[in-house]
Design a protein around this ligand. Structure first.
Ligand code: FDA
Length: 393
């Protein structure tokens, strides 16, 4: 005999738990299934263990999707303030780090405990270490076969996230279910991911790993001003993670390595003051010494300032303003914070996250082709899309 319930949610991550809370509050019988040992594992490791749980400035423009309008409805009906209200109701201390990013003062585990308490209060049941072997459409809803038995449900919510960090149990399950029901999936690729350089470029950057600098990273018309870090494989840091979501294989990115300083003006002034100073010495006063050394080496502009032609100083300034890099690739799903692409938003109702052609089937969170920038936006999408489906299932 199959067990019967109103709502089955597969995936006890950020989106699935929020959906369970909202559906449970409406009096629906809710069962949340997850194959992991613990719920919300990505919440636990997020934000360096402090969870950047939202961004107070989150707006639709902070999300990538084939249809940039799709996220508007859900984001408008569940805002960062709404989530902050929940955090404060549970007495969780928080702070704004930078650029509207809100973090827990103590631990990301506070957010998981909060969601579990809300789920319990709403009467939602959580079943961990449970594998789903099949999902079928029935006359009244869906039959979900699991390692813990068979469940018949009126509504089915897929909240299994994307492909990033397979080590943590990411499976691509949502895309398989979408395809099973004939829904299109926008090609997936790693997002918010460090970029790699070819061996020749890495050799040219010898000694640079560990050097960090604030930059403006650009790809086409998109730019982010944040920190960048040289690594043993290539480039990382927030500026690179942000731009990686826009970058495609073969593309070039440009980096302004001194966004606060007009180097041409600075070097001209330094020359007037003391023409004996070496270009590299002056540069080192404004950026890490190793970077100054690299730039001088690459541009071939060095020596005492008095002996360097104005034209060459302008050339060096331009090199620093528009440092061009053609990444060889990315570190892939192994380290990507998110998966770009996913269930095609054309297949879903933006108000309810329901599949237009399959009544009762919903997709929420990272599984959907909506991906946020770095900085708390992805959790805000998980909360908002989970909330939207939770009002409907
Ligand atoms: P999520 O991946 O959270 O949950 C999916 C759940 O489904 C998991 O519990 C998984 O076990 C389960 N599951 C998967 N396949 C299954 C299957 N076949 N059967 C049963 N269960 C299955 N974002 C942000 O806004 N602020 C931040 O600070 C960070 N930091 C961060 C750090 C790191 C290291 C990563 C990898 C990611 C972030 N993110 C982030 C991104 C954020 O974690 C992500 O966007 C959300 O967790 C997505 O929430 P979902 O609920 O959609 O999926």
């Amino acid at each position: 005999m199959a067990e019967k319930t109103d709502v089955v949610i597969i995936g006890a991550g950020a989106a699935g738990m929020m959906c369970a809370i909202e559906a449970g509050k409406r009096g629906r019988r809710v069962l949340v299934i997850d194959h992991a040992r613990a719920p919300g594992e990505k919440i636990r490791i997020s934000g360096g263990g402090r969870c950047n749980f939202t961004n107070i400035h989150a707006e639709p423009r902070n999300f990538l999707s084939q249809n940039p309008h799709f996220c508007k409805s859900a984001l408008a009906r569940y805002t960062p303030r709404n989530f902050l209200g929940l955090v404060e109701k549970h007495g969780i201390a928080w702070h704004e780090k930078t650029l509207g990013q809100l973090f827990c003062d103590h631990s990301a585990k506070d957010i998981i405990a909060m969601l579990l308490k809300e789920m319990r209060d709403a009467g939602a049941e959580l079943r961990l270490m449970t594998d789903v072997s099949s999902v079928e459409k029935t006359a009244t809803g869906f039959r979900v076969s699991t390692s813990g038995g068979t469940v018949d449900t009126a509504s089915l919510v897929i909240a299994t996230g994307g492909k990033s960090i397979p080590k943590m149990g990411a499976t691509g399950f949502a895309y398989r279910i979408a395809e099973l029901f004939g829904l299109r999936v926008v090609e997936t690729r790693p997002g918010l991911v460090p970029l790699t350089l070819d061996p020749q470029s890495l050799a040219a950057h010898e000694g640079m790993p560990g050097v960090a600098v604030e930059v403006v990273a650009r790809h086409g018309k998109t730019e982010f001003r944040e920190a960048m870090l040289f690594t043993h494989r290539g480039l990382s840091g927030p500026a690179i993670l942000q731009i990686s979501s826009f970058w495609r294989e073969g593309d070039e990115i440009t980096l302004h390595l001194q966004p606060d300083v007009d180097l041409a003006v600075l070097l001209a002034a330094a020359r007037k003051e003391n023409g004996k100073q070496a270009v590299q010495t002056v540069l080192s006063e404004h950026m890490p010494r190793k970077l100054a050394q690299l730039l001088v080496g690459q541009s071939g502009v060095d020596g005492p300032l008095a002996e360097v032609a104005g034209r060459k100083i302008e050339m060096l300034a331009e090199h620093v303003r528009r440092w061009r890099i053609r990444p060889a690739g990315s570190e892939g799903y192994r380290t990507a914070e998110v998966t770009l692409g996913g269930v095609d938003t054309d297949e879903l109702d933006s108000r309810t996250m329901a599949a237009k052609l399959v009544p009762g089937l919903h997709f929420i969170g990272e599984a959907v082709d909506v991906t946020g920038w770095l900085g708390g936006y992805n959790f805000q999408w998980a909360w908002a899309s989970g909330h939207a489906a939770g009002q409907e299932v």
